[in-house]
Every structure is written in C-alpha cells, then in structure tokens.
Design a protein around this ligand. Structure first.
Ligand code: FES
Ligand SMILES: [Fe+2]
Length: 351
C-alpha cells in the first residue's frame, strides 16, 4: 500500500470552521440520518423536533397518520417553530403567529389580507425526505437522494439474521452526550477496535478483539465490525444468548447501529457536528421485551463504561490534532481500514 493511502485526513479539517460548513452542506444535507423513534410521533397531531446536521427538523404525524418531516423554520422571518415535542392541531409560529396545517401548508398569516403581494400557496413549510426502518425514523434534507433502503444496505438483513425483530423491540432509554471533539474523530474512533485492547479493558475481557476474530467489512456507505464474545468472558455482563456476535455498524455519515451479544438488543443514534470542535450524540437503546432487568442493567453499564473511556480518547485526539506543527497522521492499513473508507467518503463528498 502506498504512503498516500495510509495518511489520515489533513488535521486542519478537524478544526477549520470552513470545512465544517462544507460538511454540513455536502454531507449532512445530502445523506440519511437517524433522527427519532416512531413512537415519539405516535398520534395524529403529535410533533417532535430533532436535527440532521445543522438542519432543524420538525417531525409531524398528520391527521391521516402519515409521518412527515419539515424544516423547523418559519417561512416569514425564520423563527424556529417548535421546541421539544408535543401535540398540536396546527403549527403556529411564536413570533407573528403564522399558522401552518399539519401537511405543512400555510393556513393563516395575521393581516395578510390587508398587505399586498401575499402568496400563501408558496409559503408552506419546506419538506424534507423521511423514511423509516421499523421503529427508526430517518431524514434526508435532500429530496432527490436515493431511498433509505439503499443507504441501509444489508444492515436490516444482518440484524434480522442475528435473531432480532426490530418491530418487537422495547425501547429502554436514550443517552445523550456532547464531546469536545470534531464529529469525524468520534466516527473514526467508533470505526476501529485497534484501541480496544489498550483502552477498553472491560470490553476486551468480554469480546474477542483479536484481529482474526473481530472482523471489519465495508459496503458502500456502510462500515461494519463484528465479533464473538470470548469463550470465557469476564465481568458482570453476560454476552451469551440467542445473539451470538456483536455487530457495530456506521452508516455514513454518522448513524451508528450496535448489537451486543446476548439477548436480542439494538442501539441506534446519530453523530452530529455542533461546531468544528464540538459534537452531539444520542443513542436509543432497545431490547427484547422478555429480557430480564439484571441483564439489561449489566449490558447498559458495560456499554456506558466503554462510552466513558471513548470520551477521554476522542477529546485527547482533538487536543492533539489541533496543536499544530503536524499536518496529518498515519493509518494502519488493516486494523484501520474502516477509518480509511470513512475518510475516503468524506473526501468524495466534499470534492
Ligand atoms: S417569524 Fe414566524 S411568524 Fe414571523
Ligand atoms: Fe472505543
């Protein structure tokens, strides 16, 4: 392999606001991202707010029960329309009370009959592409983007093949976190287990993280790691059960889908840039309805421990890459092949 292929992205790309702006435009506005669970917008009239990159997203269930996604921005002077979640007959902007129907059309604007040149028909909410995989809601701001099914590649089949029916999973909890690190550092850290033996002693005591057992695979927008537990795992979390192997997917740009070995389970969530050196993540945990509470608690504690260790790692990398003098780093061609694939996707998207 040539030297160029083992180089990392330029480290300036992890601190430069111009690059972050380009990434929002060319990546986060053009690719599918996980935004919510369908049960968060369950009833006609219910709404929920989220984001796709820097795009504020308003998810609505209309009167016919159809899920819709809109830009959460008023067409008048640009106020954010809704916060958090709730239920409404119509969507009224808190600034001047422009009022939108649940299908996004503008119903009323105070004084619009007295003012000239008002075309209500042209001032509906901006629609975004929305699709679902089981209970998981995805949005793509780009209306012409290929369908979600294409972006998911074979992940739904792999999850089903592991004995997990996403439609029967029970939602457990959402964990939210912010990091002093560029979103790509969070993604890249997720994409290799080269650091597992060094930095995740608990994880490595349960999972076989040796390169012959812990496998790396790339699709097109999908990057996958999977591996079995050790024959004699150590620790409180029990990885034995119907699900024999762990699966850890990243769907470009930032949706992670994890399955831990043991009882049927899944966690899913986005990696969202808040700024060049700040990242927001949330992760929705699901489990089979018949999993016992002790197993669930142990699994969540196990995952939280890995997450706490990863936080330290990514924030240390951010501090290092922003320090100057060095322009880039090196990748291990095998162990960090998913990082290389991810970086190539970033380069392609920004080109
Ligand atoms: S900004 Fe929404 S009504 Fe004026
Ligand atoms: Fe890690």
């Amino acid at each position: 392999m040539s030297t160029t292929e083992t180089r990392t992205l330029p480290w300036s790309w992890y601190v430069d606001p111009t690059v972050t702006r380009l990434e929002h435009e060319r990546i986060f506005r053009r690719f599918w991202q996980y935004v919510a669970r369908a049960d968060e917008i369950a009833e006609p009239g219910s709404f929920h707010t989220s984001r796709a990159g820097d795009i504020p997203v308003l998810l609505l269930r209309d009167r016919d029960g159809e899920l819709r996604a809109f830009l959460n921005v008023c067409r008048h002077r640009g106020s954010i329309l809704c916060k958090a979640s709730g239920r409404r007959e119509t969507i009224q902007c808190p600034y001047h009370a422009w009022t939108y129907d649940l299908d996004g059309s503008l119903l009323r604007a105070p004084r619009s009959d007295r003012e000239g040149g008002f075309e209500a028909g042209e001032l509906g909410l901006v629609q975004l592409q929305l699709d679902t995989w089981g209970p998981f809601v995805f949005v793509n701001p780009e209306l012409d983007a290929p369908p979600l099914a294409e972006a998911l590649e074979d992940v739904p089949e792999r999850i089903a093949a592991a004995g997990i029916d996403v439609n029967t999973l029970r939602f457990l909890s959402r964990s939210e976190s912010e990091y002093d690190a560029n979103w790509k550092i969070c993604a890249e850290n997720f994409l290799e287990c080269y650091h597992c033996a060094v930095a995740h002693p608990g994880f490595s005591a349960v999972m076989d993280v040796s390169p012959d057992a812990y496998l790396l695979e790339t699709g097109s927008l999908r990057m996958t790691q999977h591996g079995p537990p050790r024959p004699e795992p150590r620790g409180t979390y029990d990885p034995t059960g119907e699900v024999e192997r762990g699966q850890f997917h990243l769907l470009f740009p930032g949706t992670v889908v994890n399955v831990m070995p043991g009882r049927p389970n899944l966690s899913i969530g986005p990696i969202v840039p808040l700024g060049p050196e700040r990242t927001y993540r949330f992760l929705d945990y699901f489990v089979t309805p018949d999993a016992d509470d002790i197993w669930v608690e142990d699994m969540l504690a196990f995952d939280a421990q890995v997450g706490a260790e990863d936080r330290v790692l990514v924030e240390r990398v951010q501090a290092g890459v922003r320090s100057g003098l060095l322009d880039e780093g090196r990748l291990m061609p095998q162990s960090e092949q998913l990082v290389a694939h991810f970086q190539a996707l970033v380069v392609d998207a920004l080109a």
